[in-house]
Design a protein around this ligand. Structure first.
Ligand code: ATP
Ligand code: MG
Length: 589
């Protein structure tokens, strides 16, 4: 049998126990608080007993009153401290859990992120952590408070009159049934509440992201109506919860219990078996029992919700989908920068995808050369370079840099030496300077500007009012595709990587921008091994090696002059852009 791995309950407990000091403070002040709450009725009873006695003394009453006042002060301080400690405890644990989750998400494999919806990750990082937080504060406090209040108050009640306490024992089953029923009905409502909330969040997120499509098809009204329907559902669920709370009949049981205790208690007082003061104490204590029954019900429900949330967070975190690191990595010492693909095949979805994105690729790229990769959309161009970056590992075959399998290198070494300009450039909502310096945060102003000059970005950056301090994206300026790309080129150039990968978006741009990007690319190519995916003929023509992909197969490779003569795919590509005569003389290969 396999050794059972840590479950979500232990994981949660581990986080809870880590905060020993806070938990201790919480517990100690909670006990002080409950102690003072339970002891006060006893003092009050004693005042009445003093009043009822023949030799009643005002002095004694005064001192008891002082005790009551003192207990009140201690109670207030203890209550504040325990609530505060509870809040801080919940905050700390939530913070630790969220940080652990965030770190874990950054380490997850690309396959994981391809598959999991952003909304799902966000829901766990925000809504579920919030539910855990509520269980800790005030959930845990409520449960402890209820338990100790019952313990203290009932002990006192037994001490005052074991007989009267029998009434309480008789009422106990009713309490349990009331609580049980309340909980049973509350659970599906809470679940529906959680689900409806997630659904609303996901819808909102999708609508905001897809706002342009909604506008283009004039579907605003339809979206609003559908959203309204969903919020109405949430309102109905919330109302059901309210009605359920109002119907909780534990309170009725308590009222009946109090009146019957009064009756029986009075009988005992008349018979001289119980003092008047202690009857009052008894009834007061009974009133303190009203909260715990409610607290236990609420606490147990929130416990279930909180643990379900912990489970959701834990489960996503526990999915072991990392790009595995070699346990004894080979030191990076690349000299020539020769890259070879040996019999590399790859399919997405952990190799389960029927269609191979790449099949049996064999390729040798001498150091310092420029490789142009061309092929139809979906032919596997981007996939090839994702494998080189180890965003994914080949399902078959290996990739080597100067004879070293990239799997045996330290991931950070490999990625440090590769600069990437991706097809869909992603920029952070920070200043242009911070975006360019992302890979080299300590870069000087001169270095940043030099990289931008090379990338043909300096000029347009300076045309903004705030220059390099211009904030991009949300609440900042929006850049065009060509501008974003040049910023990405500057970002990659600044780190001066040994290898460069450029996945050129084929977006149509004006001649001036085209010329600039062309210059930027030419600057990038100097003195390093470069993989470039592009439709720009000038770049392709001057490449040292051109490889032609079709449906994941390496169809051909060579120089421009050879390929134009013998490869139909290559030829077709060029026909689209230039005035080559149609390919009637060359046979399909
Ligand atoms: N994350 C992914 N999950 C599953 N399949 C994928 C994924 N990314 C790409 N594919 C599939 O793998 C194949 C190759 O895709 P790839 O992105 O490498 O093509 P490409 O040559 O770069 O195309 P384009 O010129 O449009 O950028 C395609 O069939 C595509 O549908
Ligand atoms: Mg691509």
């Amino acid at each position: 049998m396999l050794v059972k791995k840590m479950g979500y309950k232990r994981w949660f407990l581990k986080h809870l126990l880590k905060e020993k000091l806070l938990s201790t403070i919480l517990l100690v002040f909670l006990l002080v608080f409950i102690g003072t709450v339970s002891i006060t009725p006893l003092f009050i009873g004693n005042i009445f007993n003093e009043l009822a006695s023949e030799s009643s003394s005002f002095k004694v009453i005064m001192s008891i009153a002082l005790f009551i006042a003192g207990a009140g002060v201690i109670r207030a301080v203890a209550d504040f401290t325990q609530s505060y400690a509870n809040e801080v405890l919940a905050h700390k644990i939530t913070k630790n859990v969220t940080e652990e989750f965030y770190e874990n998400m950054l380490e997850k494999s690309q396959e994981f992120h391809d598959r999991i919806r952003i909304g799902d990750i966000m829901a766990r990082a925000t809504y579920d952590t919030r539910q855990m937080n509520i269980f800790i504060s005030p959930g845990i406090k409520f449960l402890f408070e209820a338990f100790f209040t019952l313990l203290f108050s009932v002990s006192l009640m037994v001490w005052i009159s074991p007989k009267l306490t029998l009434l309480l024992v008789a009422a106990l089953p009713f309490y349990i049934i009331a609580m049980y029923e309340y909980n049973k009905k509350l659970r599906p409502i809470s679940k529906a509440q959680m689900e409806q909330n997630s659904l609303l969040n996901a819808r909102l997120q999708e609508s905001v992201t897809g706002i342009r499509v909604i506008r283009a098809f004039v579907k605003e009204e339809k979206e609003i109506n559908e959203f309204d329907d969903e919020t109405d559902k949430l309102r109905d669920i919330n109302t059901r919860r309210g009605i359920l709370s109002a119907r909780y009949y534990g309170v009725v049981v308590t009222v009946l219990l109090i009146s019957s205790s009064f009756l029986w208690g009075s009988y005992e007082v008349i018979n001289g078996d119980l003092s008047l003061g202690y009857l009052i104490t008894y009834v007061f204590l009974m009133m303190t029992l009203m909260m715990p029954t409610w607290q236990i019900g609420w606490g147990i429900t929130q416990f279930q919700i909180g643990m379900a949330a912990a489970k959701r967070i834990f489960e996503m975190k526990e999915r072991e989908e990392y790009v595995p690191e070699s346990s004894s990595p080979i030191e990076w010492q690349s000299k020539q920068g020769t890259i070879s693909f040996m019999n590399v095949s790859f399919s997405y979805n952990g190799g389960s995808s029927r269609k191979k994105a790449l099949s049996n690729i064999n390729l040798e790229v001498p150091g310092g050369s420029t490789v142009a990769i061309i092929g139809n959309p979906g032919s596997g161009k981007s996939t090839l370079i994702k494998l080189l970056m180890r965003l994914y590992d080949p399902t078959q075959g290996s990739i080597y840099i100067d004879g070293v399998n990239i799997k045996d290198m330290r991931l950070s070494d490999l990625r440090d030496h590769i600069g990437v300009i991706e097809q869909e450039v992603f920029l952070f909502s920070k200043s242009i300077r911070d975006n360019i310096a992302y890979g080299k945060p300590n870069a000087t102003k001169e270095e940043i500007e030099e990289a931008s000059e090379l990338a043909q970005a300096h000029e347009f950056i300076m045309s903004f009012e705030k220059g390099y301090d211009t904030i991009i994206g949300e609440r900042g300026v929006t850049l065009s595709g060509g501008q974003k790309q040049r910023i990405a080129i500057a970002r990659a150039l600044l780190v001066d990587p040994s290898f460069l990968i450029l996945d050129d978006a084929s977006s149509a741009i004006d001649a001036e921008t085209e010329r600039k990007i062309q210059t930027a690319i030419a600057n990038v190519l100097k003195n390093r091994t470069t993989f470039i995916i592009t439709h720009r003929l000038a770049t392709i023509k001057h490449a040292d090696l051109i490889i032609v992909l079709r449906n994941g197969l390496l169809k051909d490779s060579g120089f421009h002059d050879e390929l134009i003569l013998r490869n139909i795919d290559y030829r077709r590509l060029f026909e689209r852009f230039s005035e080559l005569p149609p390919m009637t003389t060359i046979e399909e290969n």
